[in-house]
Design a protein around this ligand. Structure first.
Ligand SMILES: *Cc1c(COP(=O)(O)O)cnc(C)c1O
Length: 414
């Protein structure tokens, strides 16, 4: 039997940015007009309606018991955090800088949690004074918190970040299981809870985060089931029942050819089933899902302009004014093993029928600075706008903006 030729994997369809008169739109504004409004390229643009729609979808499909927290590191732009602060149940952060953005948003400090290894005494002191929940990453950190809290005369709110004894399978980035710089190994937690009981600290609960960028419903559900079981078993050693259990998230978005979006219906139904045991044993405990990328990643684009078009030994190069200094992940250098193309478009020629294969590169003097390798796109000219999709998370602030000394890109929330 002859096998049919394998179909080349394609990017998942991008649906959030309708085309009008051949131009991509964001928030109803045509891309050329948006570029004029921002004043210069390159820039990032985020669509607040798409962010809101994503939160609404999560609320529609996931069990009502689950509280939704936004993990600020995915996109800390103050206007984005402000927008999200009105539609999510809490904010999770990992530095004093992010804490300032979170507190400025008006979110109740009791609904803000601060995780991350290596918190300094200065950061802990600010967090205690602010009244945010500190997710403790070690025994030494707990002792430091107890000392600072006593000095301030404040009862600090603390949770234990647990490094589970399992990992999130098929995940883009693993952050739990095995030896880790994150959290307290699950087997050490009962002893830490005994010390916590005598420390005068306000025990809030547990934080168990296993990994990021996962597109498998089954592996996410398997992990959440183990996470909830672990929280139940650790709760038996706790001085008081946990008020909150943060079960992480790790929901991914489709970036590369062949990636498919998560099915929220499957995840919601699965989570409802998994939560039953928890509902019986700890009905009063708040269960929190913390998501970064999934809330904002698909709502953002990175916009660059073509500065030069040249042919080298038969291949066309479109040289843009953007690059890896603004968008490291796009270049394939932010945790990816093999470079693959993000979905992108010549955003002012969306209806153009004439296509050609091109290499799209940035303006940095390094071969690492690639936006798209051998992609079929409408025939483009100098001055056209190249838009990179799936750029709302881990974009600007995850990139080496000082590399080569170009100006930082603009950022706009529409
Ligand atoms: C990075 C991080 C997140 C967000 O991960 P996403 O993949 O963006 O959803 C959540 N929690 C913790 C503790 C993190 O470090």
């Amino acid at each position: 039997m002859v096998k049919p030729p394998a179909k080349k994997p394609e990017h998942a369809p991008i649906t959030g940015f309708p085309v009008r008169d051949g131009a991509l739109t964001l928030g109803g504004i045509k891309i050329g007009q948006l570029a004029a409004r921002v004043g210069s390229t390159p820039f990032y643009a985020y669509d607040r309606a798409l962010i809101s729609a994503r939160i609404a979808a999560l609320r529609q499909y996931l069990p009502a018991r689950l509280k939704l927290h936004y993990a600020i590191k995915a996109n800390p732009m103050p206007a984005v955090v402000q927008h999200l602060s009105r539609i999510v149940d809490g904010l999770d952060l990992a530095s004093a800088g992010e804490m300032a953005v979170a507190l400025d948003s008006g979110m109740d400090p009791a609904r803000i949690s601060f995780a991350g290894p290596g918190k300094t005494t200065a950061e802990l002191s600010q967090a205690i004074a602010a009244g945010v929940v500190i997710n403790m990453e070690s025994g030494a950190e707990m002792e430091n918190i107890a000392r600072i809290a006593e000095k301030q005369g404040i009862q600090a709110r603390v949770a234990i970040r647990v490094n589970p004894d399992f990992e999130l399978k098929s995940s883009g980035m693993k952050m739990g299981g095995g030896p880790q710089q994150f959290g307290v190994d699950a087997e050490q937690v009962p002893e830490m809870l005994r010390r916590l009981g005598k420390s005068g600290l306000d025990f809030i609960g547990f934080h168990i985060f296993s990994g990021s960028q996962n597109l498998s419903e089954q592996s996410l559900l398997d992990t959440q089931e183990k996470t909830l079981d672990l929280a139940l078993s650790l709760a038996e050693s706790a001085p008081t029942p946990p008020k909150k259990v943060n079960i992480g998230g790790g929901f991914g978005i489709p970036y590369f050819p062949g990636d498919r979006p998560l099915d929220l219906k499957i995840l919601g139904a699965g989570l409802a089933k998994i939560l039953k045991k928890f509902d019986q044993r700890l009905p009063e405990t708040e269960v929190i899902l913390e998501l970064g990328r999934y809330m904002v990643g698909e709502a953002g684009i990175y916009v660059t302009r073509i500065i030069d078009k040249k042919i080298s030994r038969g291949q066309i190069y479109l040289v843009t004014d953007g690059g890896m200094h603004h968008h490291l992940a796009l270049s394939g250098n932010f945790g990816q093993l093999i470079r693959k193309n993000y979905p992108l478009a010549i955003a002012n020629r969306m209806d153009s029928p004439d296509r050609e294969q091109v290499n799209i590169v940035g303006c940095l003097c390094t071969p690492l600075d690639r936006l798209g390798d051998k992609m079929m796109v409408p025939v483009a000219e100098i001055g056209d706008l190249v838009v990179v999709f799936q750029s709302g998370a881990y974009g600007l602030t995850s990139s080496p903006t000082a590399f080569l000394g170009h100006p930082a890109p603009g950022e706009v929330l529409v």
